[in-house]
Design a protein around this ligand. Structure first.
Ligand code: GDP
Ligand code: ZN
Length: 324
């Protein structure tokens, strides 16, 4: 991997040269955890923290680095964490208001294109598509609408026509991620572009992400544990590099669990779980029944209290269902 495959280009190089002092190296934030960030650099992935100076200079939370940001890093001393000294200018920022609060929340930075994913089975809703289009328009990323699960309808063409009425000029694809019919959408990655997927839980974002990556990076609903509704939301935010070029950021669902899991006071109670979750096989692991779950492994070893995990899981479910 080089930074170039992650979207580093001449503009970013000149932004970096203009802002960063000597001894700093460029990188891209690829994952966000409670206490640190994973940052990809030409010298491999480093664990990095935000120094107090940057934290204090941030006027609002969304000024702080998030997944997708290009940054200037100071390497850590010995094996210590690196420090994010600068966030380079963003070409786009997917931001939303954390629900119930007035604080802007960064979902993903430097996204070139957003796939608004929808599906015919119950999710199909033109006002929702319009709301998501407005969110994308605010971000400065380009929208693409993906009607997934085209295999479930005889009238994909009719649905595409309806979508076109609220999304004039927006590229539109009918695909079936599960049936591996995704031709046409891969071109949006050309030139090492970064794509984020948004849309309701259950429309097939994880299935499509895995299909585009060519590996099972995200747990799909079959793999995730099922609650009474059988629906779940991604809980982590991560940037994946595609072997065939380009990157994918799989953001948590647009409401529900991410509101409390990435924001607010209460969730610092669960910093231990968030830290362990880095070791789970799937970045959107819910720590219920997924394979290779590092959190349940810690409970089994006696390193984590089972009741503490149960509280976390209950809160995640409550947040997911109250969001809809
Ligand atoms: P997410 O919550 O948006 O990440 O959705 P998932 O990727 O977990 O998919 C939700 C459900 O839809 C799973 O049962 C998938 O197998 C199923 N699914 C995903 N893509 C397709 C598709 O193209 N066709 C059909 N019929 N089902 C799909
Ligand atoms: Zn887990």
């Amino acid at each position: 991997m080089t930074l170039e495959t992650l979207g580093w280009n001449r503009q970013r190089q000149s932004d970096f040269a203009a802002r960063a002092e000597e001894n700093l190296i460029p990188g891209r934030v690829v994952s966000e955890h409670r206490s640190h960030f994973g940052v990809a650099t030409d010298a491999g992935e480093l664990s990095a923290e935000i120094p107090g100076r940057l934290r204090n200079a941030a006027v609002q939370r969304s000024d702080l680095p998030g997944v997708g940001d290009f940054v200037a890093l100071r390497r850590g001393v010995a094996d210590g964490p690196a420090a994010i000294e600068e966030v380079l200018p963003r070409t786009s920022a997917l931001i939303r208001k954390a629900s119930g609060e007035n604080r802007p929340q960064l979902l993903a930075a430097n996204v070139d294109t957003v796939f608004i994913v929808t599906a015919p089975d119950g999710d199909f809703n033109l006002p929702r598509i319009e709301r998501l289009l407005a969110l994308v328009a605010d971000s400065a990323a380009a929208p693409v609408i993906v009607l997934n699960k085209a295999d479930l309808t005889d009238d994909a063409a009719g649905m595409m026509e309806q979508i076109a009425t609220v999304a004039p000029g927006v590229p539109l694809h009918a695909i079936s991620a599960r049936a591996h019919r995704i031709s046409g959408i891969e071109r949006h990655f050309d030139g090492n572009r970064t794509i984020a997927l948004i849309g309701s839980s259950g429309v097939g974002k994880s299935t499509l992400t895995n299909e585009l990556l060519g590996r099972a990076a995200q747990a799909t609903q079959e793999v995730r544990a099922h609650d009474s509704r059988g629906r779940h939301t991604t809980t982590h935010r991560q940037l994946f590099l595609r072997v065939r070029g380009g990157c994918i950021i799989d953001t948590p669902g647009m409401r529900g669990v991410e509101v409390w899991s990435t924001d607010g006071v209460a969730d610092s109670t669960f910093a231990d779980i968030e830290a362990l979750a880095v070791g789970c096989k799937f970045s959107n692991c819910r720590h219920e029944a997924e394979p290779k779950c590092a959190v349940r492994a810690a409970v089994a070893r006696g390193d984590l209290d089972a009741e503490h995990l149960a509280t976390y899981v209950r809160r995640a479910r409550a947040a997911t269902s109250s969001g809809r």
